[in-house]
Design a protein around this ligand. Structure first.
Ligand code: NAP
Length: 476
């Protein structure tokens, strides 16, 4: 934090902040980092007005010019990566390495969509009867309302802002109340990158339900892009249904991690350390339940427990930290409650090491001997806890992996990539990482099946969340 870190509301290119403020905390020691402006309904509607006014010009700004703003945002974010990572590590608690990794990932959305802005395609063809031509056009949908979670304060914002601006949309971003500082910093980056006033607006609030409902009911808002829990996503879908508002939903996960017979155990453990521990386990993509072939379960469990025992726990801003704090005591307590429930179900919960007793830390814990269908396999844990279930066959692993209402991502470790792909085709998830612990890439379509979401972000698909298809019938 520096005196220059913005703490106001960013509306129509101006910083605004009245008397109402709320505190942002460092979860590693509970210190107050800043007091940020607490938007009310009128602020939200002012942001809609600013975005709506700016849309008239931005939507017809040449794509190359829109691309240059995004490219500049990429360059600023890359040059100032340390500043961004520090804000993330401070307000989210995640380890420095994860905060830097997120910053690079977040900046890449600006670069990718700066390239996509100039490549929005249309279609021209003759009707089968040759009585007309069919011209298909894509145009910006309008003002986009974006709601993001606390676990990736930078990347979840840029994954929405970049395609929206590339498509010609303007936006209002509402970040999570735990992590508003990174989003406000990104607003400043957009201003410096040359985004015209009103193209990007950021409002921070603790009156979330009220402010969001007012924005969603405003007829000037044309689409909602939400990332967060399935529970809140469903609640928002009921609201958007009232206006038949297009809605993109990136929701919760319960990722299975399959270690099949013949897989390389050490490679699987290395992958598991990324899939499970990146972001301290607080990722929608975090491996949540491990289905390990019975022939491999002992070495896999022992090796994973050793790796957990070797992690250095501490504040995120300390560059030597491997595992930072959870974002809040509330999130830490949710994880501890799941572990208590698991103990009551009869599994032995033995942390691999102790966690510091001040700050929102959770000790890294491998839980072996877990039954499929028990608490730890049914719930999104969102922390450094790895439940391991022994399985006797690939069919059993696939059946258990699919036995959930979620379908965001799965991980498969197999003896060879061909087997991995054949198993991946049987898995009900929008993404599958095969013999690797990480799938996310701005150039790939990110998104889930089942209750994990609607739509895709990133890749070639991401820009279409912000485009409307229009067809012209012409005698040509
Ligand atoms: P959350 O509780 O659903 O909150 C997400 C966002 O929704 C926050 O900005 C929150 O604002 C806002 N919100 C809460 N109540 C609302 C309401 N009544 N109306 C409008 N907005 C409302 O989720 P979280 O705890 O921050 O994030 C964790 C969840 O996100 C996990 O389930 C994770 O899997 C999911 N996630 C999914 C993806 C993906 O791409 N699929 C990526 C990251 C995270 P406040 O902070 O003000 O409450």
């Amino acid at each position: 934090m520096t005196a220059a870190t913005p703490t106001g509301l960013f509306i129509a290119g101006q910083w605004r902040g009245g008397d109402a403020r709320f505190a942002v905390h460092d979860p590693s020691d509970y210190g107050v980092l800043a007091e940020v402006a607490d938007a009310g309904v009128q602020d939200g509607l002012d942001a809609v007005g600013a975005a709506s006014d700016a849309f008239a010009t931005w939507s017809v700004t040449p794509p190359r010019q829109r691309a240059e703003v995004l490219r500049k945002a990429f360059e600023i974010m890359t040059a100032e990566a340390q500043t961004c990572a520090r804000l993330i590590a401070l307000e989210n608690g995640k380890a420095w390495r994860d905060a830097m990794g997120e910053t690079v990932y977040a900046a890449e959305f600006f670069r990718w969509f700066s390239e996509e802005a100039a490549r929005i395609e249309g279609d021209f063809r003759y009707s089968p009867s040759r009585d007309k031509t069919i011209i298909t056009d894509h145009r910006p949908v309008g003002v986009a309302f974006m709601i993001t979670p606390w676990n990736f304060p930078a990347a979840m914002a840029t994954r929405k802002i970049a395609p929206a601006l590339a498509a010609g949309c303007t936006c209002i971003l509402k970040p999570a109340h735990e992590t508003p500082l990174t989003a406000l910093w990104i607003a400043d980056v957009m201003k410096r990158a040359g985004a015209p006033d009103g193209v990007v607006n950021v409002i921070t609030t603790t009156n979330t339900g009220e402010v969001s409902s007012a924005i969603l009911q405003d007829p000037r808002v044309a689409t909602l892009s939400f990332t967060g829990s399935t529970w809140i996503g469903k609640m928002l879908l009921k609201q958007t249904a009232e206006r038949v508002l297009p809605s993109s939903m990136e929701l919760g996960g319960n990722a299975p991690f399959l270690v099949l017979e013949g897989a390389d155990v050490e490679a699987a453990v290395a992958g598991a350390m990324i899939a499970k521990m990146r972001n301290g386990g607080s990722a929608c993509t975090a491996a949540n339940r491990f289905y390990v072939h019975e022939s491999l379960v002992e070495p896999f469990t022992a090796s994973l427990r050793d790796a957990f025992a070797g992690l250095k726990i501490g504040p995120g801003v300390d560059e030597s930290t491997d595992l930072g704090a959870m974002v809040s005591d509330k999130e830490r307590d949710k994880i501890l409650a799941l572990l208590d429930e698991a103990s009551e179900e009869g599994v032995e919960v033995r942390p691999a090491q102790e966690a510091p007793d001040t700050g929102a830390f959770v000790a890294p814990t491998v839980v072996s001997g877990v039954q499929h269908g028990s608490t730890l396999t049914r719930n999104e844990i969102f922390g450094p806890v790895a439940p391991i279930v022994a399985v006797s066959s690939t069919d059993e692993a696939v059946r258990m992996a699919n036995d959930t209402e979620f379908g965001l991502i799965s991980y498969v470790y197999a003896a060879d990539p061909g087997t991995g792909v054949r198993v991946a085709r049987r898995l009900e998830s929008g993404m599958v990482a095969i013999n690797r612990g990480l799938a996310s890439d701005p150039a790939a379509p990110f998104g889930g099946m089942k209750e994990s979401g609607l739509g895709r972000e990133g890749g070639f698909a991401g820009i279409h969340e912000f485009l409307e298809t229009q067809y012209f019938a012409v005698d040509l």
